[in-house]
Write a protein that binds this ligand. Structure first.
Ligand code: OSB
Ligand code: MG
Length: 368
């Protein structure tokens, strides 16, 4: 496959409700949409880097720079045989996994359309629908949080993740657990703790949580190992796992018992599958994380989550949990059993609404 033109779109889309984590609060979500043209076909990819470097060092601005100045020029007009070949050609850029992952997603969309196969089928998916949950940001008080959770339960979500930070952790989780004794519940700290102050989280161990996500710094596998040793509840790593090698080392070290897989964070869908495979071989459960994606990235997440080792519900909520208007013509909705259908049309299985795309585009760049 030869791609003769890439177009980058810097999008800013209003969220239906602000989303607050331990690293900040956003009302709009930025991303870069990538359009790749090959003969008469168009493929789409989503680079999930946000405006601010709170979750990772990548931002929409760094990704724009890395994409337009380095990665796209290295791919334009080249024969791209498979995802490994694509990654090999991007290997001269150190880091910047989200920029690379956006390009790989566009490549898969084109490849699926060329071969009339859905992404789910190409990646080895086995499920027509995947179990999902909802990730709820920090609310103004524990009572407000309980009310927000109740609203999502009415909509049919059967697994809830709440964000925590120092001072807003055990009280929030306890309030939700008291209100909903049987709820599948988990928490995510987004690296807000140190080994020293994470002992304040010990009461969480009594709340029958599915897991505790990323309590400590992203570059701190060893202290996650120390922390896991004093918790019964499985620790799950998100920010710390940037490659299959990190995943193996974290598991060998006992730094976690579950891994959150996000294709953007690990540099692409092919690496996400590699991590899935490594975890499956060890019997370690994985689940698909989310980055508030548009319909493009959401379609890719659903395909990824259809692989057999994704045994825990993903952070892949319905479109209306995020956006009043999306840039895809398809909107994803929640089935009564807390699942979302996996697209089965070729490639990502979604089409882009050009008018909507234009409405949310801050900047557009055509290359090639
Ligand atoms: O840590 O999982 C995270 C959103 C942005 C950045 C990081 C995270 C999240 C979420 C939202 O938790 C998941 C989603 O619904 O897309
Ligand atoms: Mg997380």
């Amino acid at each position: 496959m030869k791609i003769n033109r890439f177009t980058l779109y810097h999008l800013r889309m209003p969220l239906r409700r602000p989303f607050e984590t331990s690293f900040g609060r956003i009302s709009n979500r930025d991303c870069i949409l990538i359009e790749a043209e090959c003969e008469n076909l168009i493929g789409w990819g989503e680079c999930v880097a946000d405006r601010d470097p709170g979750y990772s060092y990548e931002t929409s601005a760094t990704a724009w720079h890395i994409l337009s100045d380095f990665l796209v020029p290295a791919l334009l007009g080249q024969e791209l045989a498979d995802a490994a070949d694509l990654q090999h050609r991007m290997g001269f850029v150190r880091g910047h996994p989200m920029a690379k992952a956006g390009l790989e997603m566009a490549w898969w969309d084109l490849y699926g359309k060329q071969n009339e196969s859905s992404l789910s089928k190409l990646l080895g998916g086995v499920r027509p629908a995947v179990e999902v949950g909802v990730s709820i940001g920090l609310q103004s008080s524990p009572a407000a949080l309980v009310e927000t959770v109740a609203g999502y339960l009415v909509q049919g979500y059967q697994r809830v993740k709440i964000k925590i930070k120092p001072g807003r952790d055990t009280g929030d989780a306890q309030a939700v657990r008291t209100a909903f004794p049987d709820l599948r519940l988990q928490v995510d700290a987004n690296s807000a703790y140190t080994l020293e102050n994470a002992t304040s989280l010990l009461p969480l161990d009594e709340l029958d949580l599915l897991l505790i996500e990323q309590p400590l710094a992203e570059d701190d596998l060893w202290d996650h190992h120390r922390l896991q040793a004093i918790f019964r509840t499985p620790l799950c790593l998100d920010e710390s796992i940037l490659s299959a090698r990190h995943a193996r080392q974290a598991l060998e070290m006992g730094a976690c018992r579950v891994i959150n897989i996000k294709a953007g964070r690990v540099g692409g869908l092919s690496q996400a599958v590699a991590i899935h495979d490594a975890c499956q071989a060890r019997g370690v459960p994985v689940w698909c994380g989310g980055m508030l994606e548009t319909g493009v990235g959401r379609a890719a997440n659903l395909a990824l989550a259809s692989l057999p080792g994704f045994s825990l519900p993903g952070d892949i909520s319905a479109t209306n949990r995020y956006y009043a208007e999306d840039i895809t013509n398809q909107r994803f909705s929640l089935n009564p059993d807390s699942t979302i259908d996996v697209p089965d049309a070729p490639g990502l299985g979604v089409t882009v609404n050009r008018q909507a795309l234009e409405r949310y585009t801050l900047e557009r760049l055509e290359l090639g």
